[in-house]
Design a protein around this ligand. Sequence first.
Ligand code: NPQ
Ligand code: MG
Length: 372
Amino acid sequence: MRTNLQITGVELRRIAMPLRSPFRTSFGTETARDVLLVRVVTPDAQGWGECVAMSAPRYCSEYVEGAADVLRRFLVPALPAVADAHAVKRALKPFKGHKMAKAALETAVLDAQLRAAGQSFGSFFGAGRDRVPCGVSVGIMDSVPELLDAVGGFIDEGYVRVKLKIEPGWDVAPVRAVRERFGDDLLLQVDANAAYTLADARHLARLDAFDLLLIEQPLADDDLVQHAALAERLRTPVCLDESIESAEDAAAAITLGAASVINIKPGRVGGYLEAKAIHDLCVAHGVPVWCGGMLETGIGRAANVALAALPGFTLPGDTSASGRYFATDITEPFTLADGHLRVPTAPGIGVDPLPEILERVTTAEEWLKTRT
Ligand code: NPQ
Ligand code: MG
């Protein structure tokens, strides 16, 4: 495979994508997705990366303007003139944090590299399947009847697993209602986005009655030790999302007993190479993983679906269809067939933005020169 990619320039593009309905979590309500796209240009191919940071630092410390700033000021200037994705990862390592900004740049380089070599993401990472089963993440609602309507609609669409967003005051009752309405066979899990403390352990143990697949990120991001203590007091398996920003974090969580399941989001951990390393570590330790979602456009979704096809991804992910979030995606939409999404097979991420739609949603463009 060709690994000598001459990077001649990088484009940062901001796009505004209205959400089909507001998405409420324990950290806030979103009505639109503010996305930063990175396009890497080389003589052989161009490549795309999607930065999954949100406009405000509520899910984690990163935010879109901050990601654009660190890319422009530090990360893009640090790119080697000739590189592949592994060399880019090494070149970005001296800069602390900013995993989502790094992931977008590394992914764009990997996409260009694989397009030049004629290899798909799935083939490069060792995907073992040509389609992946999909779950759906359901936001906090104003009432239980509203929630039951939403969940029923997603089940009718074919989603094979339902994840309910929870927070103090919206946990046991909605979970009980969904179980009662849709039965014990529904694959059901919850995500607290760090909304509880260890003082809530007794309350959270009430969820044990509902046979959930897992409870995701109940406590604060940096509370590995307290997650381990909580796990001792719950029958429901504890899954970590926000707490895991690297393979080292995953190793620590497993060693401490803080996570019996891990949600892998390539953006959160600095890219697909690190995501693959976490997958491999978890397979070695017998820890199941699944692919999270950050309301990606088709660009980010394509790569996530390829990752989710790796053998260690034994639980359905949040890799929902484009239509879960957007009336119009910037690529050909990902659609559910029998609860599954097809893994792209074309080179690189395997999809391209549709030029007219991309232009229509673009709010800003910026061209960054690189070393040559
Ligand atoms: C999670 N995602 O697993 C996240 C968090 C999340 C699919 O539940 C705009 C952009 C709104 C990104 C809301 C899902 C968001 C977002 C929630 C990410 O924790
Ligand atoms: Mg989560």
